[in-house]
Design a protein around this ligand. Structure first.
Ligand code: PLP
Length: 386
């Protein structure tokens, strides 16, 4: 029996009427929501049990990160990446969007610049402005059917006010898992210009390409580690974003102090059920995780095949995440998201990622729902060609 047979990813879970952000966008309409990045799967049974047990206890006072959880995270980082992390390097957060905004406030002064590579997850684009920082957007290149950094351009675009580079690895929305060589090149540039790196690794346990491994940039060498803030969470992998539990790893004491200083009095600790869920996810769910990856690989094959039939649409290989980044630019469709909403499928607009003409499709859902959405898209395209 394969992992996928042990866990049920096929049976649809009704999410309408549960105040789901993803599903409520199209309340009362026959539009399948494939935009926001959460999955339409129940969380692993062990996570659900852990929450039930914690709830049963019935006392929900102010709660610190449990020692066992800290030890669990440390051993997970050691086992996965050979990364020796000390307990005091961990800073607990209620989410990575919070972390992105904290890091922009923590570094530099008003008017300084934050750099990132586009297309990128929308909160990377909004966080610098919320902190009165400038935003430098370096376009990525799509060459050899792969999204890549344009390192020459990146270095040219650095200003004397650039204090921070925000990296997304694996990269939402382009699905890249960066290689050691790519990370080393990026780190060398940041080192030459004394730029701090904030690496958002929220998708690091969603590697679909079996040839690829996730490398946290901080593990390259101690100098890189000293200029890096790494952020992780179980929320994407185990489908827990509504539970708000994440952490940053910051080895440099001065950097950690600045980060914590920007959090002070504003950022709450994760909630008690989030800690319980995170502990169970990291400690007890490796079989579920393996089965999930198998299932997502199957979904990705389904999409790859469907998009081939929808020429001139195209997409580069998705190495990680459950998000397909579809290039619709040469289709002549003026507003692809509107076009597919009219056909009953809700995609996320590339404009939000600084890339008009693209759309993002979340394939973290039962295959039957994905097939239904893709069939609707195919029909809309067939009608267009007629
Ligand atoms: C790259 C990236 N960072 C952060 C988040 C959201 O993080 P959180 O829910 O922990 O605020 C997402 C969600 O899709 C994401 O893709």
């Amino acid at each position: 029996m394969t992992g996928s047979e042990l866990f049920d990813f096929d049976t649809p879970v009704e999410r309408r009427g549960t105040a789901s952000m993803k599903w409520d966008r199209y309340k009362g309409q026959d539009i399948i929501p494939m935009w926001l990045a959460d999955m339409d799967f129940r969380s692993p049974p062990a996570v659900i049990r852990a929450i039930q047990q914690r709830a049963e206890y019935g006392v929900f006072g102010y709660t610190l990160a449990p020692d066992e959880l800290i030890q669990q995270v440390i051993s997970m980082l050691e086992q996965s990446y050979g990364w020796a992390v000390r307990p005091e390097w961990l800073v607990w957060l209620p989410g990575l969007v919070t972390g992105l905004n904290v890091v922009c406030r923590a570094l530099g002064d008003d008017g300084d610049d934050v750099m990132t590579a586009v297309p990128i997850y929308p909160h990377f684009l909004s966080a610098p402005g919320f902190s009165r920082r400038g935003l430098i957007k370096v376009p990525m290149m799509e060459t050899e059917n792969r999204w890549q950094f344009d390192f020459d351009r990146l270095e040219q675009m650095i200003t004397d006010k650039t204090r921070l580079f925000i990296l997304c690895n694996p990269h939402n929305p382009v699905g890249r898992v960066y290689t050691r060589d790519e990370l080393a090149q990026l780190a060398a540039i940041c080192s030459r210009h004394d730029i701090v790196i904030c690496s958002d690794d929220i998708h690091c346990d969603l590697i679909l390409d079996k040839e690829k491994v996730h490398i946290p940039i901080a593990t390259l060498d101690p100098e890189v580690a000293a200029r890096t803030i790494t952020m992780m969470a179980p929320s994407k992998t185990f489908n827990l974003p509504g539970l708000g539990c994440a952490f940053a790893v910051i080895s440099d004491q001065k950097l950690r102090r600045r980060f914590k200083g920007a959090m002070a009095g504003i950022v709450p600790r994760p909630n008690v059920l989030g800690y319980a869920a995170t502990m169970a996810a990291f400690a007890e769910c490796s079989d579920w995780h393996t089965a999930l990856l198998d299932y997502l690989r199957g979904n990705l094959d389904t999409i790859d095949h469907a998009i081939e039939q929808m020429a001139p649409f195209s997409m580069a290989p998705v190495e990680a995440t459950y998000l397909a980044w579809i290039d619709m630019r040469s289709s002549g469709i003026e507003n692809p998201v509107q076009f597919f909403e009219n056909a009953g499928v809700g995609l996320q607009d590339g404009i939000e990622f600084d890339s008009p003409g693209f759309a993002r499709l979340n394939f973290g859902c039962p295959r039957s729902l994905l097939e239904k959405a893709l069939a609707r898209m195919q029909t809309a395209m067939d009608n267009l060609r007629r």
